[in-house]
Ligand binder design. Structure first.
Ligand code: ADP
Ligand code: MG
Length: 264
């Protein structure tokens, strides 16, 4: 069912050439157990930085990330990451890739094997279970990546522009498969993308981010039930949400440019 995830006033400063700059300022987002929040925003607004804080890979300069009410202090198996570049191991078969997490945690029990079979089936990978990744297309490798996060039984799945490198058809199929997964096994999910339609389609809430400094600009509820099909993208309601987000992003970009002019 997932676990509640709460991001509370998280700021991250980086030091670049001896100077401090704020990559993320006071980001607060709640992701209730089993729901999906999409983060959308221009390049450089701190999306990856925020995922890395949630993943426990970098520390917030201030603020907290709570998983089930407990502050995150480092990486953990209950949080799985999926990146744009697929991270499948070429020397392992598809099945071995899926079982990697349970194996290194010494939790390769019958439940893990059953989960592996379930996700091989759900992601259309069953026929490729004993193949090596080199015979798979980019879309199939991405399925291995996503399935691995689910087989690992992590309560929280963090995806950083996972479909960014795929063609439109493959991307659309994978979005549908993600929706399907979220129905059969709801997980607390943070989905980062710079594609507005994708953000709306896969999310229960879209968090719009802005730059300079990177921050949360707005939370937008998606007015569709989780059980959705690609044709909703053509509906007026969907397009209205898309336009609203597009306007927001444009406004933010314009005011960021003005701030820069002022600073120069
Ligand atoms: P996004 O994923 O939204 O494109 P990032 O989180 O990757 O944004 O980056 C936010 C800002 O922080 C950018 O200006 C980026 O150049 C900067 N940045 C990211 N990682 C580091 C780092 N390790 N050191 C210094 N600056 C960084
Ligand atoms: Mg990024």
């Amino acid at each position: 069912m997932g676990t509640d995830l709460s991001i509370q006033a998280v700021s991250v400063d980086y030091t670049l050439k001896g100077r401090n700059f704020t990559a993320l300022s006071q980001a607060s987002i709640d992701v209730p157990a089993g729901t999906t929040v999409s983060l959308v925003g221009p390049s450089g607004c701190g999306k990856t930085t925020l995922l890395n804080v949630i993943g426990g890979f970098i520390r917030a300069t201030s603020g907290h990330v709570l998983v089930g009410g407990i502050p995150v202090s480092g990486p953990g198996a209950e949080r799985a990451m999926v990146f744009q570049a697929d991270a499948v191991f070429p020397w392992l078969t598809v099945r071995q890739n899926l079982l990697y997490g349970p194996r290194i945690r010494k939790a390769l029990d019958s439940a893990a094997l059953a989960r592996c079979d379930k996700y091989l089936e759900l992601m259309g990978l069953a026929a490729f279970a004993d193949e090596y990744p080199k015979v798979l297309s980019g879309g199939m490798r991405k399925r291995v990546d996503v399935a691995r996060a689910y087989v690992n039984d992590s309560a929280i799945v963090l995806l950083d522009e996972p479909f960014g490198a795929l063609d439109d058809f493959t991307k659309s199929y994978l979005q549908d498969e993600l929706i399907h997964l979220s129905l059969v096994e709801p997980k607390t999910t943070v989905f980062v993308t710079h594609d507005i339609e994708e953000a709306i389609y896969v999310g229960d809430v879209v968090v719009v981010m802005a730059t300079r400094p990177g921050r949360v600009a707005e939370h937008i509820e998606v007015p569709f039930p989780r059980d959705r099909v690609a044709s909703i993208k053509d509906s007026d309601e969907f397009q209205q949400v898309r336009q609203r987000i597009q306007r927001l992003l444009r406004q933010e970009l314009t005011s960021a440019m003005h701030r820069e002019d002022g600073a120069a």
